[in-house]
Design a protein around this ligand. Structure first.
Ligand SMILES: Nc1nc2c(ncn2[C@@H]2O[C@H](COP(=O)(O)OP(=O)(O)OP(=O)(O)O)[C@@H](O)[C@H]2O)c(=O)[nH]1
Length: 392
């Protein structure tokens, strides 16, 4: 009987243990139920709930925040240093360009002078042709006067004689006696300093760069000063020019004081033992007083270290009377020592050389005959006249 009770009790306990084990078994995580129609769209449209985000993050595990890749600096490109051609013979090399642009002027005059009858109308037409080529009224009258006298003395005229007469008259007006040397040689341990002035757009920065090439081609060492601080692009432009011939460029931020750039450029020139420092100025034509102040200050500051040897005024030959007006203002503001006439390749009005020299009493020292890096030539009156008349 006792055994029966004990057996029953063991059976009941065993039952309870097995049943309890089933009852306390952990529940399997619920499979996510498929979304019902319409739910998907709502989830996508609305902002996800915090729980949903947490769940997603749990599923994805810890999120590694990827740093954006550091920008890779391109390796500096080594600009090959060029060896520009020397200045000698440049006008001869660029003669074809001069002949092409001044052909109307030269040919027109030669044709008129060669006509059988040189009556009053013909002489008037010759004078008009000279004035149209920007020779200037006074010089045109003098040239006609000289030609008339010589033609009378000569009597008959062969084409060669006509060319010879005209050549003489034009050269006399351009004045071969003027000293056209560009002073670029150092003084002991001080470099020569050349200031380049002129209105923006005349080719000032280009001329500064081209002049550096001329000098490097002639064996000089050059430092460039980007004192046109009103336009950052002008300094960039100059850096490109300098980089090509290995000439260091001193520059500052846009809007910096042009005089301080000029000062630093000269200091660099002295430290480097350079032969020449060329300073590209801004020279905005706001008012004459403003211009004087600006250029005067640059000059004064430069002169604390070295004398200013040249102040080259850059004029655009295609701007005619307007260019002359600018030239006058600059000549009053600063002591211009030479003129650079640019874009002579783009105009038949080469006579501007005569007029600008006459007006300012300053020689044309260099001429720009194209956009190419070596299209700047020392000016030579005989070479110029020969090119426009097509003679040897
Ligand atoms: N055809 C021709 N173009 C030239 C000559 N000289 C300069 N130029 C062009 O004239 C334009 C103006 O030249 P820049 O040197 O930028 O003129 P800038 O006076 O310095 O003007 P900013 O740089 O604005 O101060 C450029 O496109 C040059 O290539 C030249 O002799 N002949």
């Amino acid at each position: 009987m006792d055994y029966t009770i004990v057996a029953v009790a063991i059976f009941v306990i065993a039952l309870l243990v097995v049943g309890g084990a089933f009852l306390i078994r952990p529940r399997r995580p619920q499979e996510p139920r498929p979304p019902r129609a319409g739910e998907q769209g709502r989830e996508d449209q609305g902002a996800p709930s915090a729980t949903a985000v947490a769940e997603r993050e749990e599923e994805a595990g810890p999120v590694a925040v990827e740093e954006p890749p550091a920008p890779v600096e391109p390796p500096p490109v080594a600009v090959p240093i060029e060896t520009p051609p020397p200045s000698a013979g440049r006008l001869v090399r660029l003669r074809a360009r001069l002949a092409r642009s001044q052909n109307v002027f030269g040919r027109g005059l030669l044709d008129l002078l060669s006509s059988d009858r040189l009556d009053e109308d013909a002489w008037e037409e010759i004078e008009d042709t000279l004035i149209t080529a920007d020779v200037g009224v006074t010089s045109a009258a003098q040239i006609v006067e000289g030609l008339r006298t010589k033609v009378k003395v000569l009597g008959s005229r062969t084409p060669d004689e006509v060319r010879g007469l005209l050549r003489q008259e034009l050269i006399a007006q351009i004045n071969p006696e003027l000293d056209r040397t560009v002073l670029t040689g150092p003084h002991g341990d001080r470099p020569a300093v050349v200031m380049v002035v002129g209105v923006n757009g005349t080719g000032k920065t280009t001329t500064t760069g081209k002049l550096a090439r001329v000098l490097v081609g002639d064996g000089r060492s050059v430092v460039l000063g980007a004192a046109d601080t009103f336009r950052a692009a002008a300094a960039d432009q100059l850096e490109t020019w300098g980089g090509r011939v290995g000439a260091p460029v001193v520059r500052k931020d846009e809007g910096a004081d042009p005089a301080s750039v000029a000062f630093d450029a000269v200091a660099r020139g002295i430290a480097d033992g350079a032969d020449t420092v060329i300073i590209d100025t801004a020279g905005r034509l706001h008012t004459k007083v403003g211009l004087m102040d600006e250029l005067g200050k640059v000059k004064r500051v430069v002169e604390k270290q070295s004398q200013v040897d040249e102040v080259l005024l850059v004029l655009d030959a295609t701007t005619g009377q307007n260019g002359l007006r600018q030239a006058r203002v600059f000549a009053e503001a600063v002591n211009v020592t030479g003129i650079v006439l640019t874009k002579l390749d783009g105009t038949a009005k080469g006579g501007i050389i005569i007029q600008v020299q006459r007006e300012l009493g300053v020689p044309v020292k260099l001429v720009g005959l194209g956009e190419g890096p070596d299209d700047l030539a020392p000016f030579d009156p005989e070479g110029f006249v020969d090119a426009i008349l097509g003679s040897d």
